[in-house]
Design a protein around this ligand. Sequence first.
Ligand code: ADP
Length: 509
Amino acid sequence: MTFLNKVETKLPDQSKIIDKLTNEVTELRNLNARLSSILDFSMDMICTVDEVGVFVSVSQASYQILGYKPDELIGRSQSDFIYHEDHEKTHHARKLVKEGQALTNFENRYIHKNGTVVPLVWSSRWVPEEKLRYGIARNATEKIKAEETIKASEKKYKDLFENNPAPMIIWDFKTLDIVDCNKEALIKYGYNREEFLSLNIRQIRPPEDIHLIEEITLSEEEYGKKHKKTWRHLKKNGEIMIIDITGHIIDYNGKRCVIVMLNDVTEKVSLQENLEKQKLALEVSNKELEQFAYIASYDLQEPRRMITGFVRLLMKKYSDKLDQTALSYIGHAVDGAERMKVLILDLLEYSRAGIKEDQVIEINLNDLVNDLISLYKNQVDQQTIKIEIENLPVIKCHRSPIRQVFQNLISNAIKYRRTDVNSLILISCEDGGDFWNFSIRDNGIGISQEYFDKIFVIFQRLHSKNEYSGTGIGLAMTKKILESLGGKIWVTSKVGEGSTFYFTIPKEM
Ligand code: ADP
């Protein structure tokens, strides 16, 4: 009785405990179910693996990632699914995990049920109390693809930099150390890569230019102002190069750096300097020559006058005592002295040609040319010569030299006309950008191609004085004038058909 009573009195308590336990078990089951469904919802494959590498539990994601349902993996060794090349590194990683290291971002490859290879990224931890390894694996296909795309694009830029035909250098804006360069830079400076990357940009400058770097690297703003500049750079062998640079500030491997493209202009500059020197020497020698021609022609006039004077005196006083031959000799001497006078005057004029004494003014070439044509009024009126003017502009130039040019060329076109046809002369102009391009075309006797250069040389003529008057100075003078104005002249022609003289004048004097 006592016992029964005891039992009876205890029963309500026990049933409470059983209820409580039942509730707790149910709660635990629910929790477990919720946890499993959370795990199964994960896109990553979450699993536990025992000591020998056999799957104990696997989340549903295994199906998406490897094509196996969890049941097909549980109880099987991981090694059965690992890509053969990755066995060794996986084995090593597992060892480390078991020794207590937490593993993150470990990459290996599994074989999908369909035979394809799937890259996985793992995080794992060993839980000794449970003798289980917990692991989370993510399909890394997209990540690897993205990495490969980035790598390919990096390689493309690296290749562009490395193989750029222009030398390129990258230097640290703070320390001025050279941090990268391309092949061409190494060739240009004569260093190997290791040597070059141990330098800073002061060391590729002649010592006397180093202060200039300090000035422009004070601030990024200061550098930005001078990002295009010409520098003197030093090669390994001590040679100095003149370099045009274009530089830009960039972020490079986490540092503020300057990427610089270099253009070696040493040869160009020395060529330019030589040209300048030659030009100067030529100007000096031209000046001297002009002075010489001027003085010589001036001084020659005096003895010429003396010769003419005495020969005339000889003629006057002794003409009755001399025979015909002697008289004709004296006649030739007078003639020669006269010719000499003309030549000397021409030489004098030539030596002065191109000296720009007058101001640059606006010249209406229509007016100027019409004025010149009026000198040939008779022939024009009789319609034996027709002169046409086309598109003549108003130009800015010195008046007398330009008048001289047109006069020489128009008078030649008239002088060297054919007598069997009416003469037609066309004077025209085209706008050539920085220059005016003129042409004077005639239908005259023409010039054989072999003389195209010779006719511009002083005193060079293609005809005797009896055929056509002249001393052969007109074109030489025209050329000299045009060159002194910054233009040029040339001819094209066909014997018997006519000639075209082309010349240019710069628009700005
Ligand atoms: P010049 O007329 O006094 O001989 P230029 O220097 O003006 O001297 O001309 C040199 C030569 O060029 C002339 O002797 C002539 O043979 C040739 N020449 C010049 N202009 C013409 C032309 N329009 N047609 C044919 N020949 C020409």
